[in-house]
Design a binder for this molecule. Structure first.
Ligand code: TEU
Length: 535
């Protein structure tokens, strides 16, 4: 929400909408980076960790937001970007100033090899992971954009500076952090070349910097020096960590992090944007995480975030079944064990946006991909079609508050075009309609909050091999809930002889369910979801 009319959402705008979040039932607000930044990667390139991005407001605006959130019983967590800074951060400006600058080894500088980069690693955002700095004749490492140089976490002075900054925010009274790219802090010793059987120019470099041995030592020290001394929540963005390893990251015994964001279900749908949803695989992935952490740690549950296209466009059917598919997906993940996250607009059932030209993309990753695909000779229509499915900008469009100008987001033209479906899909309209996706989310949140079995109960998967239905129970001392979700656009036949379902025990449903006797089977309509109480 834009509060000062410049077309960019800001802290004052969020404060103005706290009553909405409170009405919805939100407990914690995670803010993507709000720090001073030249904004090469939507604020994930920070030039001052202890100041606010000018477009978003001032530190006084932040203090007010925090106080107002607390007054309503909500918490605020910030995004902690530890792996890299902006190239405009004073540390990097000093570091690049000469080879013997005291901050030189706060970043990762290497000599080139035979006039090329120090190794063959690709950046996660396309191209080489190295950029030559002509002034000193060396290359610096950047796993993300060239304007996001990687910090050298092997350097104890750098780590201490980070801990000071973290404690400064925690002393201010924030309620925790989502920690960006935390599994990338440790790089393979010696930064060796990757095998290159396909003779690529640059090789996808994850094996050399994602979840490497030793990364937990960094997490451990970080937690010991900072988090553990505060009553806060921490969520690590931990690509590459498996369910079996997760207990080392979030297990109660280790006291490192509260939760991690895992990537396995994301990978399932980013790998091939055209493939149909593999319901059995989704169940397998979530179930492994549920089992691995029950009684030992805690899950972070999510379907969407600012790095993903809208889940509805991928797994749902916004054209024919917007309400049913949005609510079935919501029911599916929301009642598992863990803390459910909702990405802005997901609670309205927003779908991907419509891009008319390549010039509309703002995201640095999209811009790099466009350049890369053009260099490979693809035509613009082809590139547009691919980005329409995969681009991160799909989910970053302004929040649609109403059907007014610019979706009620701002009086000015917004920084990213509003999703054209805002006239139908917006907060004002859905708040006024009891049968909306928004009201369904609100009921789901209230249900979960009121039922200990949905928070602490044991998860058990039913119908493991069924290719349409995700069915699971959550039980505490033998009582609890059965969650049934048909994740396809076809009717699905549910049957389970040991669990009779009573109509008067139906607590939530996204289709009208006529009164029925105790049943052990039923037909679920397209994207039908039901939650029954069981005992
Ligand atoms: O994303 C980091 C991130 O997604 C990687 O950890 C991940 O391994 C990879 O992208 C998978 O393809 C975070 C932010 O969420 C993102 O918005 C930023 O662009 C990125 O860090 C750089 O800070």
């Amino acid at each position: 929400m834009d509060s000062d009319g410049d077309g960019i959402g800001d802290l004052g705008g969020i404060t103005a909408r706290l009553d909405y979040l409170s009405w919805l039932g939100i407990g914690v607000i995670w803010l993507c980076p709000i720090f001073r930044s030249p904004n090469d990667d939507n604020g994930y390139d920070i030039s001052d960790y202890q100041d606010i991005m000018a477009e978003f407001g001032t530190m006084a605006d932040f203090d007010r937001l925090l106080a107002e959130a607390h007054r309503r019983g909500m918490r605020v967590i910030l995004d902690l970007v530890l792996n890299h800074t902006s190239d405009e951060h004073p540390w990097f400006i000093e570091s690049r100033s000469s080879r013997d600058d005291p901050r030189r080894d706060w970043y990762i500088w290497r000599n080139g090899r035979r006039g090329r980069e120090p190794n063959n690693w690709a950046s996660i955002f396309e191209g080489s992971a190295w950029t030559l700095d002509p002034a000193t004749g060396q290359y610096y490492l950047h796993l993300f954009s060239a304007r996001q140089p990687d910090l050298d976490w092997e350097n104890p002075a750098l780590r201490r500076a980070m801990y000071d900054m973290v404690r400064w925010w925690l002393d201010k009274g924030i309620d925790g952090f989502r920690i960006d790219a935390i599994s990338h802090l440790k790089k393979a010793p010696g930064l060796p070349d990757l095998p290159n059987p396909h003779r690529l120019r640059y090789v996808p470099s994850y094996p050399m910097h994602m979840n490497r041995p030793g990364v937990l030592d960094f997490v451990d020290e970080l937690s010991r020096e900072t988090f553990r001394h505060y009553d806060i929540m921490t969520v690590g963005e931990a690509n590459g960590v498996s369910p079996d390893e997760a207990v080392e990251w979030v297990g109660a015994a280790r006291r490192r992090l509260s939760m991690i964001l895992q990537f396995e279900h994301w990978t399932l749908w980013s790998r091939d944007p055209h493939a149909e949803l593999d319901v059995v695989a989704v169940k397998r992935i979530f179930t492994r995480w549920q089992r691995a952490l029950h009684g030992r740690g805690w899950n972070a549950l999510y379907l969407e975030n600012h790095d993903l296209p809208r889940v509805l466009s991928r797994w749902g059917d916004p054209r024919h079944h917007r309400f049913a598919s949005a609510t079935a997906l919501a029911t599916m993940y929301f009642l598992m064990e863990g803390t459910p996250f909702i990405y802005q607009g997901q609670e309205l059932g927003m779908a991907n946006t419509v891009f008319h030209s390549l010039a509309e993309f703002d995201d640095v990753f999209a811009r790099n991909r466009i350049a890369q695909m053009r260099a490979e000779g693809r035509d613009d229509d082809h590139i547009l079609a691919e980005l329409a499915l995969t681009a991160r900008d799909n989910s970053r469009t302004p929040m649609p508050w109403s059907d007014g100008d610019n979706a009620g987001f701002s009086p000015a033209t917004p920084w990213l075009p509003v999703n054209p479906e805002y006239r139908e899909v917006n907060v004002a309209r859905q708040r006024g309609a009891a049968d909306s996706v928004l009201h369904f989310y609100r009921r789901l949140i209230a249900l979960r909050a009121a039922e200990p079995a949905l928070i602490h109960g044991r998860y058990a998967l039913l119908l493991e091999r069924n290719r349409q239905i995700y069915a699971y129970t959550r039980t505490l001392d033998g009582r609890g809930f059965l969650i049934l979700c048909n994740l396809t656009r076809r009717e699905a036949h549910y049957r389970h002889h040991r669990l009779p379902l009573r109509h008067d025990a139906l607590v939530l449903a996204n289709h009208e369910v006529p009164a029925h006797p105790a049943i052990t089977r039923c037909v679920l309509r397209p994207f039908e979801a039901r939650v029954y109480r069981i005992d």
